[in-house]
Design a protein around this ligand. Structure first.
Ligand code: NAP
Length: 272
């Protein structure tokens, strides 16, 4: 595994495991619990120690599956991220929802707690009163946000008692929004990690001819090209989701690949 360093020197794995659609999408799907738990365990055994989940995934069931999956492993060796949904950003709701997440994850703390989406109708000051308290109590190790624009991120930085660890945003070879908006540069300058979600565009970028051309040249898969491209960017980490053992292995082995500077420039140019 490769790591980025957080503000206090602790390490965060650059490649995490996404969990959207494991145990359901917007609502719970209990029909494949055994398989889901086993695939998360397979991933952890392979070396995925960073797991990204959220209060709303699977209508709350995904956190339960992650909680069940991590039981045989040493908690201290895992880095667990969860997120509070945007309609739960009032002080009391944040406190209650985090407790609910901890119960489901069967843990005393989460490594990283994110505001899933901004909600302009709830003052961020109120949300951060809760977030700061949770850090002081040790229930949350690091604070982050998701889907924030630069102005919202600056406000979060102003309100947070600890440095903001990450802004989790959609970013992949075909969606270059964080570059266009200046978010990537802003975060780099501020020492805030960009966590790229949908690194494979939910699978859609795998059919792109330019990405396939590079993949073919190196005898690797288009998914590997897409993940490699993200992880070559300083200050960028990513969290592809997979429940497929072959895909999990393939995605992890990106850390051992090398794609030439020239081909990286070509990839940079396929969508701007
Ligand atoms: P993604 O990771 O871009 O794509 C996942 C899809 O790609 C799955 O269908 C998966 O199927 C497939 N896949 C994975 N590895 C593959 C490979 N090597 N070859 C071919 N197909 C492969 O999309 P995502 O799950 O939406 O995003 C990743 C994670 O980001 C989520 O799971 C979630 O944790 C987080 N996220 C956060 C937000 C937010 O608002 N903060 C929004 C969206 C997502 P298999 O399982 O069959 O491999």
């Amino acid at each position: 595994m490769r790591y980025e360093t957080l503000f206090d020197g602790r390490k965060i794995p650059v490649l995490g495991l996404g969990t959207w659609n494991i145990g359901g999408g917007m609502t719970a799907d209990y029909s494949r619990d055994k398989e889901c738990i086993e695939s998360i365990r397979t991933a952890i055994r392979m070396g995925y120690t960073h797991i990204d989940t959220a209060q709303m995934y699977g209508g709350g069931h995904t956190e339960e599956l992650v909680g069940a999956a991590i039981k045989p492993f040493r908690r201290g060796e895992l880095f667990i991220t969860t997120k509070v949904w945007s309609n739960n950003l009032r002080y009391r709701d944040v406190i209650e929802k985090l407790d609910e997440s901890l119960r489901k994850l069967d843990t005393d703390y989460v490594d990283l707690y994110l505001i899933h989406w901004p909600n302009p109708s709830i003052p961020l000051k109120e949300t951060f009163r809760a977030f700061n308290e949770l850090v002081r109590e040790g229930k949350v190790r690091y604070i982050g946000v998701s889907n924030f624009d630069i102005a919202q991120l600056k406000e979060a930085q102003r309100l947070s008692e600890v440095p903001i660890a990450t802004n989790q945003v959609e970013y992949n070879l075909l969606n270059r929004e964080p570059e266009r908006t200046g978010m990537l540069e802003y975060c780099r300058n501020e020492g805030i990690l960009i966590t790229a979600y949908e690194p494979l565009g939910k699978g859609t970028i795998l059919g792109n001819p330019s990405i396939n051309k590079v993949a073919k040249k190196y005898g690797i898969s288009p998914a590997q090209v897409a993940i490699y491209w993200l992880l070559q960017k300083p200050g960028v980490i990513t969290i592809p989701k997979s429940v497929n053992e072959t895909h999990l292995r393939e995605n992890l082995s990106v850390l051992e690949l090398t794609i030439s500077q020239e081909d990286m420039k070509f990839l940079d140019s396929i969508a701007i």
